[in-house]
Design a binder for this molecule. Sequence first.
Ligand SMILES: [Zn+2]
Length: 96
Amino acid sequence: MTEKEYNSKISARTAVPPTCFSFIFHRKGGSHVNIMADYQVGQIVEMRKPHPCGNNQWEIIRIGMDFRIKCTKCGRSIMIPRSKFEKGVKKIVQGG
Ligand SMILES: [Zn+2]
């Protein structure tokens, strides 16, 4: 095998768009799905970073470019960019 053939094989194997990955995870099931799944208003999610009040469960109250989530303990709501939200979610507690 020439070096060129080798490289084209490698790139063919690794050049999968990220959207395909999320699609696969979404369809397949398993522990990753909750993180990749679509979120819905009313869902309670557990975040990696707890609120200063000590609670780390949040209710989704608005979905868009930014998410608005409300602390289920003290009732404060914050805006958070979708990408940051998705990275911060540990699991969906209920409503998923
Ligand atoms: Zn709070």
